[in-house]
Design a protein around this ligand. Sequence first.
Ligand code: HEC
Length: 150
Amino acid sequence: MPKRLALAAAVTLLALPFSVAASAADGSAPTATKVAAEAKPYKVEGGKVDPGTYNGYRRYGESCMRCHGPDGAGSSYAPDLTDSLKHMDYDTFAETVINGRKNVNTANNNVMPSFGTTEDVANYLDDIYGYLKARSDGAIGRGRPQRIGD
Ligand code: HEC
């Protein structure tokens, strides 16, 4: 019977990533699994970025910057996301942004809001992740990036 147990455990493990991807896809972000499989979710050529990464920069500025600071670099209120993405995988990132998070361990009660129903964010999760990952990898610097072809 240990063989059957091992199989059951393997099936459970396999099912996990899919459930995470499915919850991320709720806000119709259909490419969740695609991005997770790619090594680099952005393209940088001569310091310029692809349209998705540029879009991510814009979306970040509209929805995240007021708490996480310019260029993803963090603030006294919310963590440095260029640092977070050095360790955090795409699925965890997506889960956090879609469902939000509340830090109950500090006196500050800092809250990461849920963006599951915010279409401007949920529909462009891949682009926001790509932009922050490019920042995190040091592939682009601070400030507004230029688009490839501009
Ligand atoms: C209202 C302020 C606020 C806004 C707006 C906000 N965040 Fe957050 N975010 C936080 C706080 C505070 C935390 C830390 C929560 C905790 O410690 O549990 C956090 C945590 C996170 C984390 C986890 C970081 C880690 O290292 O564990 C990610 C990822 C994240 N935010 C991404 C985003 C993205 C992407 C956006 C824009 C779509 C965004 N946040 C918008 C306040 C905000």
